[in-house]
Design a protein around this ligand. Structure first.
Ligand SMILES: NC(=O)c1ccc[n+]([C@@H]2O[C@H](COP(=O)([O-])OP(=O)(O)OC[C@H]3O[C@@H](n4cnc5c(N)ncnc54)[C@H](OP(=O)(O)O)[C@@H]3O)[C@@H](O)[C@H]2O)c1
Length: 253
């Protein structure tokens, strides 16, 4: 696979799966747009990508929840590269609690980042993706279909995202735009950093999750990145409206 001529925008590229995807695609010579709020982290990943093949990414410090920032992300991308080929809607947050012990603040924060921001950025990207006959990859989660009690708002945000993927895939197919999602199981990233567990509790939680995975291993970020790269490539030219699970078999029980 070679993305030499492709402009790929990744939200949430300053950490975790977004950073892993940026690094993976940089090795395949992609022209990258990296988006995140934490400028220092974003610049560190951008530099890492540049060292790979000498292609300097465009790093945009922005909050995808802010409408003006979303407009700026798309405008700066097109001003800089003249086009957009692939949008990876990866930025996401988790909020803990079920219906008895979460809050409307949690609901609003999670739904805004994981769904509203994706809706808005996609809307803004579509005219440019129409020109390039590009594609969209949304980063969902196995919790979109596997019920659990720990993070209700997060689970339903990802269920909404899966349906968004399918509806938009159907709408945009006549324009030659493909839309798919990747749905990972547990990956060690910063996602769970703010869920209120100390380091020891977090380590126990992770050991428990991994122990329950049939393959007994956490998914690695670059495995998810490879799946995203495949879906972004011409090898996936007949694939649209699909949700791709990558979870070490977690969903099987
Ligand atoms: N880790 C897992 O086990 C797992 C499993 C399934 C799905 N996922 C999904 O994978 C995606 C990435 O998560 P991760 O695990 O890589 O977590 P992470 O390490 O915490 O990374 C989250 C990324 O999203 C960005 N972000 C969050 N809110 C943002 C906002 N308002 N504006 C701009 N950027 C924002 C963060 O940027 P800043 O830090 O710069 O703000 C960061 O780069 C999420 O959609 C998540 O739901 C993760």
């Amino acid at each position: 696979m070679d993305f030499n001529d492709k402009v790929i925008l990744i939200t949430g590229a300053s950490s975790g799966l977004g950073a892993a995807t940026a690094i993976y695609l940089a090795k395949l010579s992609a022209k990258l747009v990296l988006v995140g709020r934490k400028e220092t982290n974003l610049k560190r990943i951008a530099l890492y990508c540049e060292k790979s093949k000498g292609v300097k990414p465009l790093a945009i410090t922005a909050d995808v929840n802010e409408d003006l920032d979303a407009e700026r992300i798309i405008n700066e991308t097109v001003e800089h590269y003249g086009k957009l080929d692939v949008l990876v809607n990866n930025a996401g947050v988790i909020g803990m609690g079920g219906i008895k012990n979460s809050s409307m603040e949690t609901y609003d924060k999670v739904m805004t980042t994981n769904m509203r921001a994706v809706y808005h950025l996609t809307m803004l990207a579509v005219p440019h993706l129409t020109t390039t006959k590009g594609c969209i990859i949304n980063v969902s989660c196995i919790s979109s279909t596997k019920p659990s009690t720990m993070a209700l708002a997060y689970n339903i945000s990802k269920a909404a995202l899966d349906h968004f993927t399918k509806c938009v895939a159907l709408e945009l197919a006549p324009d030659g735009i493909r839309v798919n999602s990747v749905n990972p199981g547990f990956v060690k990233t910063n996602l769970l950093k703010d869920i209120g567990l100390n380091e020891e509790q977090l380590a126990m939680f992770v050991a428990n999750v991994v122990g329950n995975m049939p393959l007994k291993k956490a998914v690695e970020g670059d495995e998810v990145a490879a799946l995203i790269a495949f879906l972004a490539s011409d090898k996936a030219k007949s694939i649209t409206g699909s949700n791709y699970i990558i979870d070490g078999g977690s969903i099987l029980r």
